[in-house]
Design a protein around this ligand. Structure first.
Ligand code: ZN
Length: 371
């Protein structure tokens, strides 16, 4: 399939999407992005379902065909970039790279999804099995409002393809991902004047510091478990013994046993200082997606199909999680990292390699046609 000829059309749609900024927390902005994918999917004859959301943008499902054994394509409409980022970081292509907020993560992936179906329809090569696209709107904040929909749709399909970007320039698909969790630690001490009543105070920052050191020790690189206290604050002024302090942290892990180990320690922390009070909240957001037998089978099948079309694909993984984690956890075949190849995602240098725009669209269409 020749997708090179489609690149100008793909770039035009991508530019419109990137210039329609869509930070997760701005419902109206994300709904403007939603309107674009609805328009494009409708042009291709999809049946659209909108799942209204109060705080986030509305989740959208586009369907072609009916029945079991379908393929689900997953992409998120939101980005991490606040409105106005475009002024500093405009959309442009230079030296074979395409820049702009959300180009890599993952508006180019959305264009690939739509282009693959457009090409198959034009060539009369749409598969008999149903094709469904799910566009969610809160991926960058953990998909708390779309997880249920993702899981419900995944259960109705034989395969899920996730068009998150490929973070490695060699272009490997993501066949494993770490799981993610997070925790907050709140410490209540007792305020007092730092000069006149120092002894009567109970320093919450001091107590929190003891706890942070214990938690940081839970990192185990060999097992792939990392703990990162990412923020902490407490106290009001230097002449007051602080009555309150809190910290927040991120947990990454490759298996659920590790989550249980970490959670057990965090949830049973005992105060070091007498009378200090510790309140802990620890949750698992996305379960780990291991490279297990099912993943190996799924990848091997994809590789065979791609090979037959002269497309080379490799298996790789990532320390970050995506919505693919939810699908994998259900025991449903899933492949991720099918979006463009690039670097710097979530930063001002975000870009993708423009060649990968074309080659990934070809891969997507091939998988849909020949699975
Ligand atoms: Zn993403």
């Amino acid at each position: 399939m020749d997708f090179a000829a489609r690149k100008p059309t793909m770039m035009k749609l991508l530019q419109e999407m990137v210039e329609t900024e869509s930070p997760t927390y701005d419902k109206e902005a994300v709904d403007r992005m939603g309107a674009i994918v609805i328009r494009e999917a409708e042009k291709l004859g999809a049946k659209i379902e909108v799942f209204p959301q109060k705080e986030n943008g509305d989740n959208i499902v586009a369907r072609w065909g009916k029945g079991d054994d379908g393929i689900l394509l997953i992409g998120h409409l939101d980005t991490v970039f606040p409105l106005g980022t475009l002024e500093m970081q405009p959309f442009y292509e230079k030296y074979g790279r395409v820049f702009g907020p959300g180009t890599l993560d993952m508006k180019s992936g959305l264009v690939i999804m739509l282009t693959a179906v457009a090409a198959l329809k034009e060539q009369g090569e749409m598969p008999d099995r149903p094709i469904t696209m799910l566009f969610n709107t809160d991926e960058e904040m953990g998909s708390y409002h779309s997880r249920e929909l993702i899981e419900k749709e995944a259960k109705k399909h034989a395969l899920a393809l996730v068009f998150e970007p490929c973070e490695y320039l060699e272009g490997s698909l993501h066949t494993w991902r770490k799981g993610t969790g997070k925790f907050t630690l709140k410490v209540q001490g007792k305020a007092a004047h730092s000069g006149g009543a120092h002894k009567k105070g109970l320093n919450a920052i001091e107590e929190l510091s003891h706890q942070i050191l214990k938690i940081q020790q839970l990192t185990d690189y060999e097992k792939g478990t990392t703990i990162n206290i990412g923020s902490m604050h407490g106290g009001r002024a230097i002449n007051i013994v602080p009555a309150y302090a809190e910290a927040e942290g991120d947990i990454r892990l490759t298996n659920l046993k590790e989550y249980v180990r970490v959670q057990n320690v965090i949830c049973s922390l005992e105060p070091v200082k007498k009378d200090a009070l510790i309140i802990v909240r620890c949750i698992l957001n996305r379960p780990p997606m291991p490279f297990n037998d099912l993943m190996e089978k799924t990848f091997n099948k994809a590789q065979k199909i791609a090979d037959a079309e002269g497309i080379e694909i490799k298996a790789g993984g990532s320390g970050s999680a995506s919505d693919a984690n939810f699908v994998a956890y259900l025991g449903i075949p899933v492949l991720d990292g099918l979006g463009t190849v690039g670097e710097g995602f979530h930063t001002e240098d975000e870009y993708f390699l423009s060649d990968s725009f074309v080659s990934r669209a070809e891969l997507a269409a091939t998988l849909l046609r020949d699975w």
